[in-house]
Design a protein around this ligand. Structure first.
Ligand code: GRF
Length: 218
């Protein structure tokens, strides 16, 4: 029997290394999501060029050429609908979305953030983690809600913060963990192995997080 894959679009603004991790994971025949579109609000995003070279459908919508956020999102929605998008993964998408757009994709849009939420929401997370002297940081995949970097947590990975760390070295260590948990999280939410109770995401027993790794294992 062929697996009916969930048609997933990825939204980026820049480098796109998380997008690349998702695209590569989705090549596995048993992966429950298929990547049908890579869209960017920055036409010059390096990730867009990579996706094009892979033969994936891309959409560049320069947000600066839209008078309003609503107008930008209307175009984005059109692009998503044109390829039958069922699920959206934000991967370094640096544009705040209106509550209307977020609600339209309620429980069908996820994001990755480079901290252990709810700590260090927003920008400059690595510098702020170092300045705060935390010993452990990490990354979080969560469902998107209208408030920035908020929403039910799907997966987290913990990463040590070393006393010798710079913003760049910590970012690189966390990024490596991001590339592992994002494909895992997308797999979980597109394969009905999670359910939401209130604002908590429950993962089915067989893929429960290991207590030492703090992230779902498959
Ligand atoms: C990642 O650290 C992600 O967590 C954050 O933005 C960065 C994007 O990097 N939201 P990339 O474009 O996926 O390489």
């Amino acid at each position: 029997m062929t697996l009916k894959k969930v048609r997933t679009a990825i939204l980026i603004s820049g480098r796109g290394s998380n997008m690349q991790a998702l695209v590569e994971a989705a090549r596995a025949p048993d992966y429950p999501a298929e990547i049908v579109l890579i869209a960017s609000n920055r036409p010059e995003a390096p990730g867009l060029a990579w996706a094009e070279a892979q033969g994936i459908k891309t959409l560049a919508l320069d947000h600066t050429s839209y008078a309003t956020r609503d107008a930008f999102e209307a175009s984005l929605q059109e692009g998503l609908d044109a390829v039958g998008t069922e699920f959206v993964a934000l991967a370094g998408f640096m544009r705040l979305m209106t509550p209307t757009f977020v609600k339209r994709w309620h429980d069908r849009m996820i994001n990755i953030h480079p901290s252990l939420l709810p700590s260090f929401k927003g920008l400059h997370t690595h510098a702020r983690a170092i300045a705060a002297g935390v010993r452990i940081s990490g990354c979080t995949v969560h469902f998107v809600r209208p408030e920035m970097d908020e929403g039910p947590i799907i997966a987290q990975a913990a990463v040590p913060v070393l006393s010798s760390d710079t913003e760049a070295s910590l970012a690189a260590r966390i990024l490596e963990a991001e590339h592992t948990i994002y494909p895992t999280a997308l797999r979980l939410v597109t394969s009905d192995r999670t359910r939401r109770e209130g604002e908590k995401v429950i993962i089915s027993q067989d893929v429960n997080p290991s207590p030492t790794l703090y992230s779902p294992r498959e």
